[in-house]
Design a protein around this ligand. Structure first.
Ligand code: ATP
Length: 677
């Protein structure tokens, strides 16, 4: 890696110090990345480009990074791209003077709207040379497009915004022909603008790679400023681990990048710690197949078994007025009460404050005197006020998601707290779980039906665990979460699927394994009783390395008529004429669904077992032979996962592991792995 990153040749020579980063420079780097699949090369291109940004236009580092990871702002801001094909086609047509039917024909033929835009733009003779696009300018325009959501004519204004960008794209090269066969359209700005708008750059450039490249670029820049040529391997590794760990505690480039530029990368940890207002990526658990497997994994270590509540994960942040802590006022709907400022975030770091105003209203009454700021990790669960017990997950799903008014709330929720990550100005993530739990119990007062601590028992007796598991299921829980109590292993590992947290779900015990979260890509028209709806659906997992969706099964079981009806209405709105270029599916005629969809919905699905099939492509690179992928046998729909985005679906690697392990589940241990990040 060192030799690659120490290459000092600037990737984009036509850019003067102090100028905003030319968008063409970013697109040149994107194009180089697009032409390779070698991880090291991708990382080197990123890092070289970022070094040039650091040297010439450091003030633009933030928008540059955001455009590289195809985001406009941190997840909690709720600002998202992912504009539908029809709007983009309209804008391409209007900005290039080609008819919509030409654009649609091209799209049918080429299958990649980015390339359609590149081709359309290249055919267009330009009389006036438009002003060249810059990275901060493009970011600003995209932001305006993404945030134009309300009021009359919002769609029209979005199209206008896209048109403006496309008209300014390729200022230097518009009119020159674009060869989409030879170099995938090359560094065409129109191509990358459209892909960015679609929410998919399709470069195989994972966020993790960008973070590593940024760390390498920064440390290389710092040592070169001190007159040294290249950083040592140890410095590169230290920079990388520092940035990764800071990002997992404080996933906000908006905060990290200015601090890094001001203080240097090695001083980041002192200047960027967990901050109320910025949600951490939650720690996740590994599945296990039996209680004996739990005992095997934890060996002699002490652990605790908690009820696994079946609701919605919630990270609750609170800062009392007057508390002496830095509060990032990041999330737009922070709840202000006379006691303080609070936020609730989902598993996905989305802002749930508008969904749970009832929780925000009561929050301050659950704390002991002296608790002035905290970040809690909890599960919100539907609660039966009369019977005083937990209700099934389906009840919670009936709550409105937005603009809920406290007085209208019908489904009451109880908050079950299971971890505390921050208390009174201090981050607790590096403390042991035993310490964090003690602090949690001291800082709060349970109130029946409103706030409770997750029920637990510290035991390593097989019989006792079995009883607890049965009790948890009787209490409408999904099973148990088993957690390491002591030592550095028991620290809170943001964004990691950790083997120090194990989930034992009641269903695993009957041998079906963990459920999967899959993306709906297509559907088949129903017959007989299902004539008016879709009768079956094509589902896929996600491969973060290639950024493709790989098909894994057809599903037609587990749907009530009411659900089929809703699905038909919702999915009909997002049909597309042909599969996206990032869908990987068998090309056989009989394997094609009747309709294709934009990637939007994630469903939880259970399966009897996994098998290999030529019809599907999941994990085909890893375990398949002769082009066969892994597929699910007898899949069954469980529920929609609206807390997951399509690229947070189960990964191809997870499916490959499940396939390999189905005969021997429980024998693999494996280290904690990055999950979402
Ligand atoms: P993934 O692990 O892929 O996120 P998932 O979102 O379907 O899967 P589960 O397999 O259900 O999650 O298990 C983890 C979830 O269980 C947590 O994200 C949290 O929402 C919930 N949960 C309920 N009770 C607890 C608890 N006591 N400790 C930790 N998590 C709990």
């Amino acid at each position: 890696q060192t030799t690659l990153t120490s290459n000092t040749k600037d990737p984009y020579p036509d850019w003067k110090p102090g100028e905003p980063v030319p968008y063409a420079a970013l697109c040149t780097t994107f194009s180089k990345i697009e032409m390779t699949r070698a991880r090291l090369e991708i990382s080197a291109h990123c890092s070289l480009f970022l070094r040039q940004v650091l040297r010439l236009s450091p003030n633009d580092l933030l928008p540059t990074i955001l455009l590289m990871i195809n985001k406009l702002a941190a997840d909690y801001s709720g600002i998202e791209l992912g504009i539908g094909e029809s709007l983009i086609m309209k804008a391409i047509s209007e900005s290039t003077g080609r008819t919509l039917s030409h654009i649609k024909d091209d799209q049918k033929h080429i299958g990649d709207l980015g390339l359609v835009a590149a081709k359309s733009r290249s055919r267009q003779p330009t009389m006036f040379k438009p002003k060249a696009l810059t990275v901060p300018g493009v970011h600003k325009s995209l932001m305006a497009i993404a945030t134009t959501t309300e009021g009359q004519g919002a769609q029209g204004r979005k199209v206008d915004g896209i048109k403006k960008l496309l008209s300014a794209a390729d200022a230097h090269s518009a009119g020159k022909s674009v060869d989409i066969e030879k170099d995938k359209g090359g560094p065409s700005e129109a191509k990358f603008i459209v892909r960015t708008l679609e929410g998919k750059l399709r470069l195989g450039l994972a966020e993790k790679t960008v973070v590593v490249a940024l760390a390498h670029a920064m440390i290389t820049h710092e040592v070169s400023q001190k007159g040294n040529k290249t950083p040592s391997t140890a410095d590169l590794a230290k920079a990388e681990s520092t940035l990764k760990s800071v990002y997992s505690e404080l996933p906000s480039y908006e905060v990290i990048i200015p601090a890094m530029l001001e203080h240097g990368i090695f001083n980041l940890k002192d200047n960027c710690r967990l901050q109320p207002g910025v949600p951490l990526k939650p720690m996740l658990a590994k599945p296990t197949k039996s209680i004996t497997e739990v005992l095997d994994r934890f060996e002699e270590k002490e652990f605790t078994c908690e009820y696994k509540y079946d609701g919605e994960r919630a990270q609750i942040h609170f800062v009392a007025h007057g508390a002496d802590v830095e509060l990032a006022t990041a999330a737009p709907t922070a709840g202000k009460s006379e006691k303080g400022v609070s936020n609730i975030f989902s598993r996905n770091s989305e802002d749930l404050s508008k969904k749970y105003p009832d929780i925000l209203a009561k929050l301050a009454t659950w704390v002991q005197d002296g608790t002035t700021s905290f970040v809690l990790d909890c599960e919100t669960v539907a609660w039966d006020m009369e019977e005083k017990k937990v209700l099934p997950f389906q009840q919670l799903m009936t709550r409105k998601r937005k603009d809920v008014k406290v007085e209208d709330v019908k489904v009451k929720v109880c908050v079950f707290a299971f971890d505390m990550l921050y208390l009174n100005g201090e981050a607790l993530v590096n403390k042991t779980f035993r310490e964090r739990r003690e602090l949690l119990h001291k800082a709060f007062v349970p109130i029946e039906g409103e706030f409770a601590f997750a029920k637990f028992k510290d035991t390593n007796e097989l019989d006792e665990i079995q009883v607890l598991l049965e009790d948890s299921v009787k209490a409408s829980c999904e099973g148990l979460m088993v957690k390491m109590l002591d030592g550095p292993e028991s620290s809170y590992e943001p964004s990691k699927r950790s083997q120090n947290w194990l989930k034992v779900k009641k269903d695993y015990l009957s041998g079906v394994g963990d459920s999967l979260d899959l993306v709906v890509l297509g559907a088949y028209h129903g017959r007989g009783k299902r004539t008016n709806w879709y009768g079956a659906f094509l589902l896929a997992c996600y491969n973060p390395n290639t950024q493709n969706y790989e098909t894994v099964c057809n599903i037609g079981t587990g749907f009530s008529e009411a659900i089929l009806d809703t699905l038909h209405t919702e999915l009909s709105k997002i049909t597309i004429d042909r599969p996206k270029p990032f869908y990987t599916h068998s090309s056989g005629n009989k394997d094609q669904p009747d309709v294709w969809f934009e990637p939007k919905y994630v469903w939880e699905v259970k399966t009897a077992d996994l098998t290999l099939s030529p019809r599907y492509k999941a994990a085909a690179d890893e375990v398949g032979s002769g082009g066969k992928g892994v597929s699910l046998r007898f899949p069954r729909f469980i529920k929609e996962r609206d807390d997951k985005k399509p690229d947070q679906a189960s990964t191809s690697r997870m499916i490959a592991d499940m396939y390999r392990n189905q005969e021997s589940v429980g024998k693999t241990k494996g280290p904690s792995v990055d999950d979402d990040f």
